[in-house]
Design a protein around this ligand. Structure first.
Ligand code: 5GP
Ligand code: MN
Length: 332
């Protein structure tokens, strides 16, 4: 990332009195972590500014981040309040590769100035200023944006609250430092965050590995229903509306299912889907070493990374799955 872009970003922050930060729909750990990390840093450095974070419904485990509770509100209510209220001077969109995925797109569009900070190769450059990093996570990118504020190159320490949020973001998007997006720099950033006093074991266990009974049940059901294709190199499964009802589960209870599929011996591509509305499925794809799932997702209006991508396909699950399998086969 060019230094001048980071400098321009901080100029935007300095000029704005009222700043909104928001992420993508179905917020994951990196989305919530990067939003809260940037929030804390701006609050601490510019106490005179009004800063608000817009987040959709996210897993309960992320509530351990300091200050996040104040932003938990039904999306509809947040949208109405933003519609009635004054436009934000600046909206910083994080971890969202296009406007369709940005949860509070109307609020973003109403803002006077807009910036996007992201790490998706499929980023469409939809903001007035776009900082697209090649980092493991948006949280890692935010750490670098903060460090880039210092022209002398000395470390700019972040508070424990900001460090915890950024650490959580990195942990989630790297699958606890194991995905191929994890670099030496990722580990160095994580190391710097550890020094701020982050309880790393607690962050990893409580936000990543710990599952509720309901989450375990729905994971078990999804694994029981999984099917192998292409001599075992592809695995697929789905969660339907009836499963959500049966287990009293919601879409925030599905984290980790696709990753469990991916580590099945012999599997190159894992496909996981859940019903979003009648005859519409959100597909998640993961690959291990060969298949570029981001290009496949893009063909269906989605996006993501080479090894992790997603899209929504309308029609039955079987039909959507067959369409994806056809594209996967071409790359196997
Ligand atoms: P997940 O499968 O966990 O939902 O997403 C994996 C990756 O693909 C994430 O980086 C996410 O941002 C991206 N992704 C998932 N679904 C979509 C989508 O519908 N559109 C776009 N542009 N990206 C997606
Ligand atoms: Mn991310």
């Amino acid at each position: 990332m060019e230094k001048s872009k980071i400098v321009s970003f901080w100029k935007e922050i300095e000029q704005a009195k009222r700043i909104a930060i928001g992420g993508h729909i179905r917020p994951d750990g990196d989305c919530v972590g990067s939003c809260m990390g940037l929030y804390h840093y701006i609050r601490e450095q510019f106490p005179e500014k009004q800063v608000q974070v817009y987040l959709g419904e996210f897993p309960d485990s992320f509530r351990l981040l300091e200050g996040v509770e104040q932003f938990i509100k039904p999306v509809k209510q947040q949208m109405e309040e933003a519609e009635e209220g004054q436009a934000w001077d600046l909206f910083v969109a994080l971890d969202s590769s296009n406007l369709e995925r940005l949860e509070f797109a109307p609020v973003f569009q109403k803002a006077v100035r807009t910036v996007c900070i992201d790490h998706h190769i499929t980023n469409e450059g939809y903001a007035m200023m776009n900082l697209v990093f090649t980092s493991s996570s948006t949280a890692e990118a935010i750490y670098d944006v903060i460090q880039g504020r210092n022209e002398k190159g000395e470390e700019r320490p972040v508070s424990k609250a900001a460090a915890e949020a950024l650490y959580m973001g990195i942990v989630h998007d790297t699958g606890v430092f194991k995905h191929s997006c994890t670099t030496r720099h990722t580990m160095e950033v994580a190391g710097a965050l550890m020094e701020r006093g982050v309880d790393t074991s607690r962050m990893i266990d409580d936000t990543f590995y710990r599952k509720s009974y309901v989450q375990n049940q729905i994971l078990g059901q999804a694994l029981l229903n999984s099917v192998l294709w292409e001599q075992g190199s592809v695995i697929s499964t789905a969660v339907f509306a009836t499963d959500f009802e049966k287990y009293h589960a919601g879409k925030t209870d599905l984290d980790g299912i696709v990753d469990q599929l991916r580590i099945t011996r012999g599997v190159e591509v894992a496909v996981f889907a859940y019903e979003t509305e009648e005859d519409s499925f959100k597909f998640s794809m993961r690959s291990n070493s060969k298949v570029d799932v981001s290009t496949i997702a893009m063909q269906f209006g989605g996006g993501g990374h080479v090894r992790a991508a997603g899209c929504t396909i309308s029609g039955t699950y079987e039909k959507g799955l067959q369409q994806l399998l056809e594209e996967i086969r071409k790359q196997l």
